[in-house]
Design a protein around this ligand. Sequence first.
Ligand SMILES: *Cc1c(COP(=O)(O)O)cnc(C)c1O
Length: 374
Amino acid sequence: MIPLLDIKAQYASIKDELDTAALEVLASGEYVSGPRVEAFEARFATYCGAREAVALNSGTSALHLALLALGVEPGAEVITVAMTFVATAAAIKYANAVPVLVDVDPETWVMDPASLERAITPRTQAIIPVHLHGRLADMDAILEIAKRHGIPVIEDAAQAHGAQHAGQSAGTFGDIGCFSFYPGKNLGACGEGGAIVTNRPELAAAVRQLRDWGQAGRYNHVRHGFNYRMDGLQGALLDVKLTHLPYWTERRREVAAFYDSHLSGSGLGMPTKPRELEHVYHVYAVRSSERDRLREGLMDAGVMTGLHYPRPVHMQPAYQDLGYQAGDFPVSEQLAAEMLSLPIYPELTAQQLQRICDALLSLCEDSHAEGYAA
Ligand SMILES: *Cc1c(COP(=O)(O)O)cnc(C)c1O
């Protein structure tokens, strides 16, 4: 079986480095925060080209604290996309704000700037574009709109470590960038992890307090804070893994290029070509009106696939209180019905890639023979 991603293969490829780092932390007793986490913060800030990085215990915590650090008030509106992982909307709820959803662009699958502009009201206090699948949202257009209205921008860069536009990296376009180091992400911890990056020191300082019980010095609680610190173990392991991330990203782009060239005549809907380095291929998804049949056929052929995501936020039972209905975000809804994520990870071999493409192409031929449009 070819998995959707192979975390154990990544561990095997750098086992000695990770084992050494983990054992050092165990012996050091620095289990929460500490020098290894600080070293990782410095390295991650440099990697992103940001002034500061603040390590946290998850990407969801990063989004939550970004909203609080920016002073988003209870009852305020925060605009994000319907096509995202539920955490983006959940974090807005954590801040007691109201998620206002907009649709994505049918070509790039990220925030549609025209829909964003229409959704802005006097109550809008933040905008959260999501770099879905590792492709940067159109930050030029989004920042132009945000600046014109004086609204801060938080990037959900949980899937987009190192994606670049005009030499600038994901997370550094807006006021705060939020990252996840969930194990399956492009840079993954061996457990939970997250971070914010920012060029505004006062926002970094606020997040540092908020992650550590709102403390400004020991037992001096100046804010209603949280226990959102990063483990020492995760800091040490992430610091090791970050040195390999540029190579892993290159490999993901090679896998994507293989799919681009081998599946282009298949009749499948393909991801549109990114400009320059704006895509880091956390997910490589194709589109088909026969998605479920292809998914089953691939499973029979020993190829695992994924769905990112099968239901937009406004169609989730927990978010019915937002008051949206089926049909409100037609692009997101169609993508949810048609997108199929193919295996993508740095360790995927040429033989595995060929097997995946052969299986998928033969399933596409079957559908043409039966007179379906793929
Ligand atoms: C993974 C992810 C998150 C949440 O990150 P966690 O570390 O799992 O809390 C948020 N937004 C998006 C788009 C994600 O993919």
